[in-house]
Design a protein around this ligand. Sequence first.
Ligand code: PMP
Length: 327
Amino acid sequence: HMVTIRYADGKGWYEPRVEARAPIPMDPASAVLHYAQEIFEGLKAYTLPDGGVAMFRPDANAARFTQSAQRMAMPSLPEETFLQSLREIISIDRSWLPPGDEGSLYLRPFAYASEVFLGVRPSMEYLYLVIASPVGPYFSGGVKPVSVWVTPDYTRAAPGGTGAAKCGGNYAAGLSAQAEAIENGCDQVVYLDAVERKYIDELGGMNVFVVLDDGTLVTPPLTGTILPGITRDSVIKLAERAGRKVEERAISLEELRTGAASGAIREAFACGTAAVITPIGTVKSADGAFTIADGGTGEITDDLRKQLVDIQRGRAEDPFGWVHRVL
Ligand code: PMP
């Protein structure tokens, strides 16, 4: 199925509908096709131990959707409308939720400029939609450390750009970098900052953390060029609750390389909705490759992953009120 809601200047959001999923007719001059005025979100619905269905922190996705809309000069959708649209698609597509406690129903809310107009200015009409798609476990056969490629050629976002927004254009611009990572035998691309080409920003679709030898977590700060990940925020809150120190500061590739060699950095991991927490095993760049510790899964990485997954799946107490029961 799909949820659709229309928007027009002067009229606001109107005509909410839930209907069978079908192609959306589009004029060749629809603004989004030319200037990419489009934003989206991604989150999962999954089964709880008692058979109920929940979403993880959908209010945070709603808030980020609003921020992305502001950056892309789009009207914002009221948070309650966003949440209601997710509840609707889950109830109607519930049979698509894979059985067991590993699979989930991926939810993709998005909005785009639907006005038929070729001038360059914000559109006066938009379409908001939600679709759902079943997904299996991200890792079949246990969590495996990923290898990452530090791209020397591409940047993801520059100061003043759209890096902090979840807009399609960011991902279009990242496809060549991801292809480069694959060509170099790595799973994922790592972007360095656009100004000094020195500091680690994030991966193609995940935020990054390193663990220092004293157990402190360090993650790049939200300076506007990286996506404010909801998993990133959850990891910070969980770690701080456990009494762990968390520093939001720049980490250079050089610090990672020398820290991994000396043992000053003992773990690194990436995090995002799809994989939750993924250990980073090998880092490869134009200057050569190195591993973080023995290239395996670190203890703190593993512990944080278990804690987070257990809260998400309703197997552990939820002290932050992150799990939103839908059914
Ligand atoms: N960075 C980028 C570029 C992403 O696409 C994602 C996935 N949404 C993330 C980070 C992680 O964000 P989240 O934890 O909200 O999924």
